[in-house]
Design a protein around this ligand. Structure first.
Ligand SMILES: *[C@@H]1O[C@H](CO)[C@@H](O)[C@H](O)[C@H]1NC(C)=O
Ligand SMILES: *[C@@H]1O[C@H](CO)[C@@H](O)[C@H](O)[C@H]1NC(C)=O
Ligand SMILES: *[C@@H]1O[C@H](CO)[C@@H](O)[C@H](O)[C@H]1NC(C)=O
Ligand SMILES: *[C@@H]1O[C@H](CO)[C@@H](O)[C@H](O)[C@H]1NC(C)=O
Ligand SMILES: *[C@@H]1O[C@H](CO)[C@@H](O)[C@H](O)[C@H]1NC(C)=O
Ligand SMILES: *[C@@H]1O[C@H](CO)[C@@H](O)[C@H](O)[C@H]1NC(C)=O
Length: 401
């Protein structure tokens, strides 16, 4: 009884095996065909990409030559960003892949959103030593409502100090007038947006200036200026004062009055408490480390934007409070920009031609006492505002003497 059963089983087994072998060979064939067609596809794709890259190369887009980004370049969209060497970033950089990498980053810059700009600007190298020769620079950031009537004074101020400074100009978006190529302000405008004084858009403009200036890693100090500001000393003195200081210079004080604590909004709590709330002049001077903190701030900025609206003026409280929260010990709590509030009112005095005398300027230059790196000094202000365009001629003639 068992015999036939076993034969049947063996037969069945052999049939099944042969069927499986057939199915297996079909699998192998299908796999081979698939592999072949995949390989063919990859080859075609590679040829296509290769072709494409060659096209891009010929358009100088993918691997731009460094000189594409100099102001002499025929394409304004490039030169817009990277100014020459005279005041700029690349002058002391090696002209090789590093330069090209930076140039490529700059190329992207003018089309960046604010968010993307802040993100890029907030990056920090984890290698402290820069592997080539560089000079720390001071970034002079002009937040202007239009042209710079005192530009000739600044031209004279910067003359001969190329490589020690960078200039950034945030002008209204419609303002497209470009100074002559010989000017230090040539191609220094950054992409801008409309600014409403006292509103968040003003802080946005300041952050945009800092963000742009941070992209140049040789900028160590960041000064905010307006079109009515003047320098009170020569470049060397101002440069040394800033570069050698251990502190930032951001005006920050606790004003118990209604224009100080009175502008605090309870809804800011617990992010900002009343005792942390500060007031101060808008015109700051910060070191790089604090500049990175400012563009990286995602905690305090939204609170201010939502709860500090006129009669709370964000430009009078945001930096002052932020610095007090983030780096109180590294701030001098004073501004370097002199302004005259003695006449009262909501705007400081504006000076015209007849006000500008040697005695007047010396009074601002040496008439105060303050602390610098822990030592008392009479040089407390490096800049002054607000100067009417009519002061240009007397200021120029005094500067030359
Ligand atoms: C641009 O930089 C180069 C090299 O530093 C210099 O020779 C040239 O004069 C500069 N051009 C301008 C317009 O400043
Ligand atoms: C770039 O140039 C500098 C100086 O010209 C050189 O020391 C450095 O090795 C170069 N780097 C590369 C990646 O070629
Ligand atoms: C800049 O001013 C300082 C102090 O007033 C003076 O000693 C120095 O010679 C001046 N430098 C130049 C280049 O004029
Ligand atoms: C600035 O003020 C903060 C607190 O408001 C304080 O901690 C810091 O020591 C002050 N800085 C200087 C240089 O006095
Ligand atoms: C500054 O300090 C000096 C010396 O201590 C003093 O003679 C001078 O009157 C002070 N100036 C002011 C404006 O306080
Ligand atoms: C500045 O700070 C550094 C490090 O914090 C310190 O070594 C140096 O002595 C300080 N300089 C002055 C003038 O306070």
């Amino acid at each position: 009884m068992k015999q036939p059963n076993i034969t049947m089983f063996v037969k069945e087994l052999s049939v099944r095996i042969s069927r499986e072998v057939k199915v297996g060979s079909i699998h192998i064939i299908i796999t081979t065909v698939l592999c072949l067609s995949m390989a063919l596809f990859v080859v075609i794709l590679a040829m296509f990409i290769n072709d494409h890259i060659r096209n891009l190369k010929t358009e100088d887009f993918y691997f731009p030559q460094p000189n594409t980004f100099l102001p002499h370049s025929p394409s304004p969209s490039h030169s817009y960003i990277l100014c020459n060497s005279s005041s700029s970033s690349t002058s002391h950089l090696p002209q090789n892949s590093t330069t090209i990498g930076i140039a490529l980053a700059m190329e992207i810059w003018h089309s960046m959103s604010d968010e993307e700009l802040m993100w890029r600007a907030s990056m920090v190298s984890r290698i402290a030593e820069i592997p080539f020769k560089w000079t720390p620079k001071v970034a002079f950031m002009f937040l202007s409502r239009g042209p710079l009537p005192l530009a000739p004074l600044w031209e004279r101020f910067f003359k001969g100090h190329e490589g020690f400074y960078s200039i950034y100009l945030h002008a209204p978006p419609g303002f497209t007038k470009e100074p002559p190529e010989s000017s230090v302000f040539f191609h220094r405008r950054i992409p801008s947006k409309p600014v409403e004084w006292g509103r968040a858009s003003m802080i946005d403009a300041e952050r945009r200036l800092i963000g742009n200036a941070l992209l140049d890693f040789s900028n160590e100090r960041f000064v905010l200026l307006s079109e009515t500001c003047i320098p009170l000393f020569n470049f060397t003195t101002i440069y040394n004062y800033l570069i050698n200081s251990n502190h930032s210079f951001t005006d920050s004080f606790d004003d118990p009055g209604h224009v100080g604590r009175g502008r605090y909004n309870k809804r800011m709590w617990p992010t900002i408490s009343l005792s942390e709330w500060r007031k101060g002049s808008q015109w700051f001077e910060v070191h790089r480390n604090l500049a990175i903190d400012i563009v990286s701030d995602k905690i305090y900025y939204p609170v201010f934007k939502n709860h500090c609206k006129p009669p709370c003026y964000m430009d009078e409280h945001y930096m002052a409070t932020l610095v007090n929260k983030l780096q109180p010990e590294r701030n001098s709590n004073r501004s370097l920009t002199w302004v005259d509030w003695s006449k009262g009112g909501s705007h400081p005095s504006k000076f015209v031609r007849k006000d500008v005398t040697q005695v007047f300027l010396d009074q601002i230059r040496h008439g105060f006492n303050c602390t610098y790196n822990g030592v008392t000094t009479s040089i407390c202000f490096l800049f002054a505002r607000k100067f009417h365009p009519s002061t240009l001629q007397p200021l120029l003639s005094m500067a030359s003497s």
